[in-house]
Write a protein that binds this ligand. Structure first.
Ligand code: DSN
Length: 409
């Protein structure tokens, strides 16, 4: 590696140390394997490959075609999909391509409310989705804080969307794709499963599969799937052509072939038995955390978790989730502040804290340690000025990252 750009080299080293020396509880983050990281750092990124395998607009794509074909086949097999497009640069791009493929501007989409568990690209007015399409939203039942499928059906029957989105950006319970599909069929809408968060769980059998219920599935590859930063679209055969055209030339130009190769490596790793074991542990760890938060009287939205994450409602304990997030960061614990359903507070300083277990599980922490992490976070939230608690957090983080190293020096 060229060491002449010392400024950037130093900052990269510092960032690697930060990732090594902290406990990442942000549920959308993870540690990609060294094989995935090495694949991204190859000259494959030099190549222009607009188009698809066997039909490119540039020469020299003989090997790139082979790589992309392998990535596509592995993705199809992993998720039981009829078609895969591995080119989307991110989950947001994947969603943008799906809307472009299936809708005209102004047509109707039924999305999951952002504060209840949805995503910006599911119709937020400050996102392209909310600007270009006509959205209605379903949220969570006020009492149970679960998706109420009867309510979803009621809204769908009134609104008559052309597309319905099922997703879990901050929803900690399982999605019932079959129920969503019945509703979509009743109103003659497409069903899209945005599995960006739960893709790894699905592959490992820790969450029900979206196919055959969804028409299209979008995902990222860097969250529970533990691959490179990127997006993915899977769909039924009859939609393949529309989806491919929407990705290129619809919204993207040259695909990132170095990332596509890394996606192929990630799919290879995700098909191995160790991956199944890892995902099981992710879920067990999240469940252990949830139990401890409950013991500590911290309210969890939806009263627990079935997956890798949960949102803590800290509105009775603090009016400053931003402060909690920033102070925990100083102690070596990374969480992210998050809105809660019907949040009276603004998104920049909302009433919730979102935590999850993919990253700590990648470094080997188990249920015992996850319980310890939850206890520390809970104690800190309840007593943010207590120096003794802060010191305990600092020391425990130091010991845990030493006992469970990642990206060994
Ligand atoms: N930013 C991602 C997350 O944290 O869930 C969603 O795009």
């Amino acid at each position: 590696m060229d060491k002449s750009d010392k400024k950037i080299q130093d900052l990269i080293k510092k960032e690697i140390s930060r990732q090594r020396d902290g406990l990442i509880l942000i549920p959308s983050e993870n540690y990609a394997s060294l094989a995935v990281l090495a694949t991204m750092a190859t000259p494959l990124g030099n190549k222009y490959s607009e188009g698809y395998p066997g039909k490119r607009y540039y020469g020299g794509n003989k090997f790139i075609d082979e790589i992309e074909k392998i990535a596509i086949e592995r993705a199809k097999k992993l998720f039981g999909a009829e078609h895969a497009n591995v080119q989307p640069h991110s989950g947001s791009q994947a969603n943008a391509a799906v809307y472009l493929a299936l809708l005209k501007p102004g047509e109707k989409i039924l999305g999951f409310d952002l504060a209840s568990g949805g995503h910006l690209t599911h119709g937020s007015p400050i996102n392209f989705s909310g600007v270009f399409y006509n959205f209605a939203f379903y949220g969570l039942d006020k009492k149970t804080e679960l998706i109420d499928y009867d309510e979803v059906e009621k809204i769908a029957l009134e609104f008559k969307p052309k597309l319905i989105i099922a997703s879990t950006t901050s929803y900690s319970r399982q999605l019932d794709f079959e129920k969503f599909s019945k509703i979509a069929k009743k109103v003659n809408a497409y069903l899209i499963g945005d599995i960006a968060h739960i893709a790894g769980l699905i592959v490992a059998g820790e969450h029900p599969r979206p196919f055959p219920y969804c028409d299209v599935v979008t995902s990222t590859t860097h969250k529970t799937l533990r691959g490179p930063r990127g997006g993915l679209i899977l769909c039924k055969k009859e939609l393949a052509d529309k989806i491919d055209k929407a990705v290129f030339p619809g919204i993207q130009g040259g695909p990132f072939e170095h990332v596509i190769a890394a996606k192929a490596v990630c799919f290879f790793e995700a098909a191995r038995p160790e991956f199944k074991k890892y995902q099981r542990q992710v879920v067990l760890n999240a469940s252990a955390m949830a139990e401890e938060f409950k013991k500590q009287d911290i309210k969890i939205i939806s009263n627990g978790t079935d997956n890798h994450m949960m949102v803590l409602d800290i509105s009775k304990l603090s009016d400053n989730s931003k402060f909690i997030q920033e102070e925990l960061e100083k102690l070596g614990i990374y969480v992210n502040r998050n809105s809660i359903p019907n949040d009276p507070r603004p998104p920049y300083n909302p009433s919730g804290i979102r935590v999850g277990t993919p990253a700590i599980t990648s470094r080997g922490l188990g249920e015992k340690e996850s319980t310890v992490c939850a206890r520390l976070v809970a104690e800190f939230i309840k007593n943010p000025d207590d120096e003794k608690i802060k010191e305990r957090v600092r020391l425990t983080v130091k010991n845990l990252v030493k006992e469970f190293p990642i990206y060994a020096r």
